[in-house]
Design a protein around this ligand. Structure first.
Ligand code: EPU
Length: 310
């Protein structure tokens, strides 16, 4: 017997609810490196992006909202329920061809760094200090310890809103400090894969640099705790961590969230932190740094479900 009490879905949602692999009301906290999040109304994990072009075209035709995530290492899920479809791209293939390495968007940057170092391919060691997926790292032109995605990217394979494929050369990505065209004019394009350029060098030397990156990161950042990495971008010529530290905020706690005593630009989840705890700490960091230094900090973490202040 059909349940007559159930509210019928609008017809446009019907196909989505029965799409293979769709989960409803999925908790997002396990997806985020903060361990914080509400639920996704609809959720789909794709380890193979093959169905994506058709899916995205249909979502756009039906004006259904969607959000594509990778490892979610810099996303704060602030909404109680994320509307529409949340798609997690976990495709993680990697293949080498001469000095080039091609990877699926879901490949983690530390894995890309480790595998290329092992093969005597230099230039991606900085990736050991970038705890995100290749897709997210291209969007934010991630960087650490002197290297940035833009230095080594050859091109990105993407699909647009209509599900059409494009190859975008690095020169057309409009890269800047933690910036790319995929945050701006092409923010609805989805990165599926990328090719990076490396330089041949004895594996031992490349691995030694990679170990240095890991060592420095362990010494200066609270990597043993749950965080989203740098909370704010560095303002021109200065460091957000230095400013927040000098404003006396290290160790400050709100609920389960704390400004790391090890690095002031990291907010760590001590257990049970909520999105509101993190947002309240971020507001405090911005306010105090502005009062003290007249510098307006800009978030590096991506807040989904609530507009960042300012
Ligand atoms: N500092 C303090 N107090 C602190 C933290 C830092 O005084 O609590 C000082 C340090 O002593 C240093 C300066 O601030 O003189 C810069 O600090 P650090 O070397 O740790 O680098 P950062 O500018 O804070 C950037 C990236 C990191 C990247 C590191 C290492 C940004 C926003 N952050 O941090 O990237 O790992 O350099 O290269 O660009 C990330 O983007 O998520 C990230 C972790």
């Amino acid at each position: 017997m059909p349940d007559t009490r159930a509210t019928p879905r609008p017809p446009s949602i019907d196909w989505l609810a029965s799409f293979p692999g769709i989960r409803e009301h999925e908790p997002l906290a396990p997806q985020s490196w903060y361990g914080i999040g509400g639920r996704a109304r609809y959720f789909l994990e794709l380890s193979d992006p093959a169905p994506l072009p058709e899916l995205v075209a249909r979502l756009n035709t039906d004006s259904l909202p969607y959000l594509v995530i990778g490892a979610a290492t810099n996303i704060l899920f602030a909404a109680a329920e994320q509307p529409g479809l949340t798609i997690k791209l976990s495709s993680a293939t990697l293949s080498m061809n001469g000095n080039a390495v091609s990877v699926a968007a879901g490949t983690l940057m530390p894995r890309l760094a480790a595998e290329t170092a092992k093969a005597g391919m230099a230039g991606l060691e900085f990736g050991a200090g970038v705890p995100g997926s290749v897709g997210g790292s291209i969007v934010g032109n991630a960087g650490a310890f002197g290297g940035e995605v833009k230095d080594r990217l050859v091109s990105a394979e993407v699909i647009d809103e209509a599900g059409q494929s494009h190859t975008v050369p690095a020169a057309e990505c409009a890269f800047g400090y933690r910036e790319s065209i995929f945050k701006r004019a092409r923010q609805h394009w989805i990165i599926l894969a990328a090719t990076f350029r490396t330089t041949p060098e004895p594996g031992l030397a490349v691995r030694a640099r990679l170990l240095d990156v890991q060592k420095h990161r362990r010494a200066t950042q609270p990597i043993e705790q749950r965080s989203l990495g740098s909370t704010f971008k560095n303002p021109p010529g200065d460091s957000a961590g230095r400013l927040i530290d000098a404003a006396g905020l290290k160790g400050m706690r709100i609920g389960g969230a704390q400004i790391s005593p090890k690095h002031a630009n990291f907010i760590v989840n001590l257990g049970g932190a909520t999105a509101d705890d993190v947002l309240a700490l971020m507001a405090e960091m911005r306010d105090r740094v502005f009062e003290r230094f007249g510098i307006e900090l800009e978030p590096e973490v991506r807040i989904i479900g609530q507009a960042p202040r300012g």
